[in-house]
Design a protein around this ligand. Structure first.
Ligand code: C5J
Length: 221
């Protein structure tokens, strides 16, 4: 067992039963011309966490932890996209429409791909998801059970949308979750900070939070 100096109290985990879940580090959220930018957001706060996410993946690989990259993307017919989701925001170029990075949030399009620095390795799992939470309409729970994974180290974007939703879904299913706080980001930095506080409040009601350096110390001293 390893123990991370985390909030609200130390987080014990066994790397053999732990996965890193990196949420939606896709061009559509991180690059100009993508879905996030078309919603009017500044993508820079998301781009800034890429080096830390690279270090998290390298750490996970060194310690044999399974890595899961989630990808928010729809099938080309949008059969898995509720009309309410497509309509939200009233964008002139929204989900399924053709923008600078191809069809917005559609699987197989350039924008749906992961940023160049965080391309999955062949042994990683890529999990396409139609919703914000990674457990909704996916096989994630079954996959984790099959691999004997009980603990999740979670990062990605955006902290208050897909990261927080996934962490809450996981927590309700009994997984012990640590938010690696500097490996997650929001277009709204105060939302990011608020989520970290929400997670650890009330005795860790959603889980734990710690910086990547604390995870590294736990694993490598
Ligand atoms: C959003 C996400 N923000 N990955 N998706 O629409 O957080």
């Amino acid at each position: 067992m390893k123990t991370v100096a985390a909030r609200p109290y130390p987080y014990p985990f066994d790397p053999a039963h732990t996965a890193v879940v990196l949420i939606d580090m896709q061009r559509d959220f991180l690059e100009p011309g993508g879905f996030g930018a078309m919603l009017g957001n500044d993508v820079l706060p998301l781009q800034r966490i890429v080096p830390a996410c690279q270090r998290l993946l390298a750490l996970a690989r060194r310690h044999g932890m399974h890595i899961i990259h989630t990808q928010e993307a729809h099938d080309p017919q949008l059969a898995d996209c509720p009309p309410s989701k497509k309509a939200r925001g009233g964008l002139s170029c929204g989900i399924g429409d053709t923008g600078p990075l191809g069809r917005v949030l559609v699987a197989g399009e350039p924008g749906a791909d992961f940023v160049a620095e965080l391309q999955p390795a062949p042994s990683d799992t890529v999990l396409r998801k139609p919703g914000k939470g990674a457990f909704h309409a996916t096989g994630l729970d079954a996959l984790l059970h099959a691999k004997g994974i009980t603990h999740l180290l979670i990062g990605g974007v955006t902290t208050e949308v897909c990261v927080q939703t996934t962490m809450r879904e996981a927590n309700d299913r009994g997984y012990e979750c640590l938010l690696v706080q500097d490996c997650a980001a929001s277009y709204f930095p105060h939302f990011h900070d608020a989520v970290v506080e929400m997670v650890v409040a009330q005795g860790g009601i959603v889980g734990w939070a710690a910086p990547l350096s604390a995870v590294q110390v736990a694993l490598e001293g």
